[in-house]
Design a binder for this molecule. Structure first.
Ligand code: ATP
Ligand code: MG
Length: 499
């Protein structure tokens, strides 16, 4: 199947976000779409999949104009969108989401079974076939709302396949996945194209994966189609240049040296919780950036949460600036000067119906005990101090309308307005484009240079090695090794247990 987007235009509130974009997607091919945050990638995907209406232009399926006014129209034409947030019906089972979910109105939003429509034995067989085809191991009876995001994404993919989709658009499908799972997903995408002739659209900020998984790649910049070229003819540098329109600085900022007399801000001894974190010992001094590397599930995020008081340890001791913080609460840790930038922006970080400015102001308010009437002032200051330097575009719109990258920057900014002494950061640049990534790196380096102690967890080994003064590697809940700045990624990954 071929899907042609022709002259697609879209504006929000008078601002054009897509200018006459035309693009043809062919069955049997994996087609990449890249671009900086806010370039219009998700908007284009939502238009082709009926979630958003274009202002003008049309979508043609196999040469025939297709009126796509809703996701159901799109699905009827064989076009499905898989988002990172996971458009599932939480109250329904996995199987119901897969077989009914596409046309939610077929089912019942509250999750009651629709009688008389289903063939349970047939569904089980079909579910088994789909699971085998994709290699996903999901319990069909599980409540979809209880699944972690990664599995919700799998439900969406199964649903697309169950509904016979011939074009599947994946919007940043690997952003939340650990490397091995990301590789599996990309292999599946290739396989669905090659063996089943499905057209796959892959939107991603990971240029290396785009180049290796895709047949051709389209670059969007500021809502314009800059180029489409075979992946084999492209390099990451060429893609970057096309995305940004100028040569890009991708070097990490050199961290400022830590003064010899810098006090220990965070001290952790014998910290343990279940099997996730075992006997962790570490120190971070003022001005120091300590990286936590390791595979997903190695205990990095759990360690940060324990330090922050978000979870209770079974054993061990945490002190922040010499004051006990063991097993306290986030409020207690915040009182001692700690801030945690968590890994999942939508779930833990932002109130999506509020604007970025409001989110930033809210983060600064409790501490200063200010009431409603000074809010506008707090918002203005937050925008000036944080949103502008961070390049958050549209700080006054509801956060859900921001591009993924601006959301991530807002989460980050929310904690910066508190001027922390200890910054705990988990996956700071996930879903963030190269330029924004460099900004966030700069910001972390600047904070450290001003004396903030930083504990930085990331699954991107290059990121921890590039930013941190030293890197601790976690494996199975333990600190498995320590590397100085300048160590090789290969060595760190080996210690983490990847190779
Ligand atoms: N519902 C909306 N209301 C107003 N503006 C919107 C809405 N949805 C998107 N935008 C704006 O349209 C532009 C393109 O957004 P889009 O989400 O398509 O970008 P993107 O390329 O997917 O970015 P990212 O890489 O950050 O996910 C952005 O400036 C965004 O803020
Ligand atoms: Mg997007």
């Amino acid at each position: 199947m071929d899907v042609a987007l022709q002259g697609i235009r879209k504006s929000y509130g008078g601002t054009a976000v897509l200018h006459e974009v035309s693009l043809t997607l062919r069955g049997g091919r994996v087609h990449g779409i890249v671009g900086e945050n806010g370039a219009g990638k998700s908007t284009l995907a939502r238009i082709m999949c009926g979630a958003v209406a274009a202002d003008s232009g049309q979508v043609a399926v196999d040469g025939e104009p297709a009126a796509i006014r809703s996701p159901r129209d799109a699905l009827r034409r064989g076009i499905a969108l898989v988002t990172q947030e996971g458009a599932i019906v939480p109250g329904l089972s996995v199987a119901d989401n897969v077989f009914l979910g596409g046309g939610v109105s077929l089912g019942d939003r509250r999750g009651r079974r629709v009688r008389g429509l289903r063939d349970p034995a047939g569904d089980r067989r079909r579910f088994g076939r789909l699971a085998a085809r994709t290699g996903f191991s999901l319990d069909p009876a599980a409540r979809a709302g209880d699944l972690p995001l990664v599995h919700r994404q799998q439900v969406e993919i199964l649903r697309a396949l169950a509904q016979g989709a011939r074009l599947i658009a994946l919007d940043e499908p690997t952003a939340l996945l650990p490397a091995p799972a990301a590789e599996r997903l990309l292999r599946l995408a290739r396989d669905l194209a090659e063996r089943d002739g499905i057209a796959i659209v892959l939107i991603s900020h990971r240029l290396d994966e785009v180049l290796s998984a895709c047949d051709s790649v389209t670059v969007l910049r500021d809502g314009r189609h800059v180029t489409t070229a075979p992946a084999a003819e492209l390099t990451p540098q060429a893609l970057l240049r096309a995305m940004v329109g100028r040569p890009v600085e991708t070097l990490y900022p050199e961290p400022a040296p830590v003064p010899d007399d810098a006090p220990v801000v965070l001290a952790v001894r014998g910290l343990s919780r279940g099997r996730a974190v075992r006997d962790v010992r570490l120190e971070v001094r003022a001005g120091e950036i300590v990286g936590l590397a390791g595979l997903v599930g190695s205990g990095r995020s759990e360690t940060l949460r324990l330090v922050f008081g978000a979870d209770r340890p079974d054993a061990g001791e945490v002190t922040i600036l010499g004051r006990p913080a063991t097993g306290g609460s986030p409020a207690h840790a915040m009182g001692l000067g700690a801030a945690l930038v968590p890994e999942s922006r939508g779930e833990q970080g932002l109130v999506l119906v509020r604007s970025a400015a409001e989110n930033l102001a809210m983060a600064s308010l409790p501490r200063r005990r200010r009431l409603g009437f000074v809010r506008r002032g707090a918002e203005r200051r937050a925008v000036r101090a944080v949103a502008e330097p961070l390049g958050i575009t549209g700080p006054h719109r509801p956060a859900w309308t921001l591009s993924g990258g601006s959301q991530q920057r807002s989460v980050f900014g929310k904690w910066l307005v508190r001027s922390p002494r200890l910054l705990l950061v988990d996956e700071p640049t996930r879903g963030v484009d190269v330029a924004a990534k460099a900004q966030i790196h700069r910001l972390i380096a600047d904070l450290a240079a001003r004396g903030v102690a930083v504990l930085l967890a990331s699954s991107e080994v290059e990121e921890v090695l590039g930013l941190a003064h030293r890197v601790l590697v976690m494996r199975d809940g333990r600190i498995a090794g320590e590397f100085p700045r300048g160590a090789s990624a290969e060595d760190v990954l080996t210690r983490a247990g990847l190779r």
